[in-house]
Design a binder for this molecule. Structure first.
Ligand code: FAD
Length: 491
């Protein structure tokens, strides 16, 4: 990824830099704009909202506390994101945690009454895949030795046939794959319900096995692949703003509160301009949409809809997810790490007062919890969602949060619903993911749903933006993008 980044800087400077309208200031849009500016072009980022980040957006409540769209974890196996932090000079903002995966054991308590956790510890001194194998072998609380062996045997085809096999498994759900490989149901129940909910906010009965194998592959091939980091504060200020500043310093532009309402076409179906919600037009040499797939589908011009490239977007749809913040009046006994809840309603959670420097509080805990699958809950009132979450917390904190309110008290909460978040990675979805180059000479796509090997994630979004920037810069060099006579982007 470092060499890929350097290639933008080393490209011959364009005779005439292209004005590129980049729709959306999420990670895909900001990454695309950054690399376009590195290649000597002039991105103009148009963001509908008043906050950077899209699905990593965050804002402050009336008390100044930060509310995030999602609890976000960075992995060692995120080469393009890690490279981005290096290039922006902000690597110290990634707070790496111990190399472990920690699962709650709901209903089980330690001798002194606290929640029990089960840990997979990856030894520092061993390279991949040995560190992963030792981590799995040494954990005897969740899986028995025969279960591990049976799961290991099930994985042999993935080890032997690599990426091709991983892609073929997209036709199977996790549960179907487990059955086919003869892996005991308990492995699914103990580990993969939690994994599936963490990876795509759905159950293993629906999740494509390709998603799990992709993650496992990275974790088993890269020594630090499964190591996790928390950002040291809100993503818009700690990550997105430096990305924007980078391209602004190189001649790019950022326009907030600029919602695209229509894509206007030339007679040859290429893009003529973007009609904005306020009625103004934005014209550029080329256009990159990083809008989420559900919005893009609504925005497609009628002339494009029958094209197979755009038609297949109908096979993708965002999955609902809910992110919850709960502030308690005292410190709960938590771990400085991401925790897999293994509870029916929740996916992962963390005590952000501990895990994130920017939200640090020595006296109180702030739990951030991902509520998934959220299909049956997304339409319900916040109070019901908080009540249901409290029921889960009584089991997760048996000694500290009591039904009668006699111990830790909930001070306040915030519920952030995303009805259509990342695309739902059910079996068979890979076929529907579009590449970054469209059939139209001046229109490109990025966004975590577009084709790249890092799934629907921050890495996927960042990488997709880089791939779109590269495709566009190559097309500019090849002269296949028709240039506007006036280079100016009219507003
Ligand atoms: P988006 O972030 O959706 O950006 C699209 C942008 O386009 C937005 O800013 C939007 O406002 C803008 N836009 C939309 N319509 C218009 C319009 N008409 N005009 C102009 N602008 C428009 N990933 C991880 O790697 N690790 C995690 O732990 C993790 N946890 C997550 C938890 C939750 C609850 C959620 C929701 C997501 C999580 N993700 C995680 C996924 C990750 O956040 C996304 O994959 C990634 O941020 C998507 O980036 P994107 O740029 O593709 O899309």
């Amino acid at each position: 990824s470092a060499a890929f980044s350097q290639a933008f800087v080393d490209m011959p400077r364009p005779d005439r830099p292209l004005k590129v309208a980049v729709i959306g200031a999420g990670l895909a849009g900001l990454s695309c704009a950054k690399y376009l500016s590195d290649a000597g072009h002039e991105p103009v980022v148009l963001e509908a909202r008043d906050v950077l980040g899209g699905k990593v957006a965050a804002w402050q409540d009336k008390d100044g506390d930060w509310i995030e769209t999602g609890l976000h974890i960075f992995f060692g196996a995120y080469p393009n994101v890690n490279q981005m932090f290096t290039e922006l000079g902000i690597r110290d903002r990634l707070q790496w945690k111990s190399h472990s995966m920690i699962f709650a054991m709901p209903g089980q308590q330690t001798a002194d009454g606290f929640q029990r956790f089960s840990r997979f510890e990856f030894p520092d001194l061993l390279p991949a895949p040995l560190n992963g194998l030792v981590a799995i072998l040494l954990n005897n609380e969740m899986l028995t030795f025969p279960e591990k062996i049976q799961f290991g045997i099930g994985l042999i085809p993935a080890i032997l046939f690599g990426q091709k096999y991983v892609e073929e498994c997209d036709s199977l759900t996790v549960t179907e794959w487990m059955k086919k490989q003869g892996v005991p149901d308990r492995v699914n129940d103990e580990v993969f319900i939690a994994m599936a909910k963490a990876l795509n906010f759905i159950d293993p009965d629906n999740l494509s096995m390709t998603v799990v194998l992709t993650a496992l592959n990275r974790f088993l091939q890269e020594t630090h692949g499964s190591k996790m980091a928390f950002l040291d504060g809100p993503p818009p200020t700690r990550l997105c703003q430096p990305m924007a500043d980078h391209m602004l310093a190189r001649g790019g532009e950022l326009r907030m509160n600029q919602r695209i309402s229509k894509i206007m076409l030339n007679d040859d179906k290429t893009v003529k301009g973007l009609k904005m919600q306020d009625g103004s037009m934005v014209e550029a040499d080329a256009y990159v949409s990083t809008m989420p797939v559900d919005i893009l589908k609504l925005m497609l011009p009628d002339e494009w809809k029958p094209m197979p490239y755009f038609d297949k977007l109908n096979g993708l749809e965002g999955v609902p997810v809910i992110n919850i913040h709960m502030w308690f009046d005292r410190k709960l006994t938590t771990v400085d790490h991401l925790l897999f809840s293994r509870s029916p309603l929740l996916s992962v959670y963390a005590d952000m007062s501990l895990t994130c420097k920017g939200y640090r509080d020595d006296d109180k805990s702030m739990l951030e919890l991902v509520f998934a699958p959220a299909k049956d809950w997304i339409g319900r009132p916040d109070e019901e969602i908080i009540q249901a979450t409290m029921e889960e917390l009584y089991r997760l904190f048996p000694n500290e949060i009591m039904r009668d309110g006699s111990k830790a008290k909930l001070l306040k909460s915030a519920v952030v619903k995303t009805p259509l978040s990342v695309y739902e990675a059910t079996a068979g979805r890979e076929l529907y993911r579009p590449v970054q180059t469209s059939p139209l000479a001046n229109f490109f796509l990025a966004g975590c749903f577009t084709k790249q090997k890092y799934l629907a994630s921050m890495e996927g979004a960042t990488f997709s933006g880089k791939l779109a920037a590269r495709a566009l810069a190559d097309a500019a060099m090849a002269g296949t993008i028709p240039l506007k006579e006036t280079a100016a982007v009219a507003a």
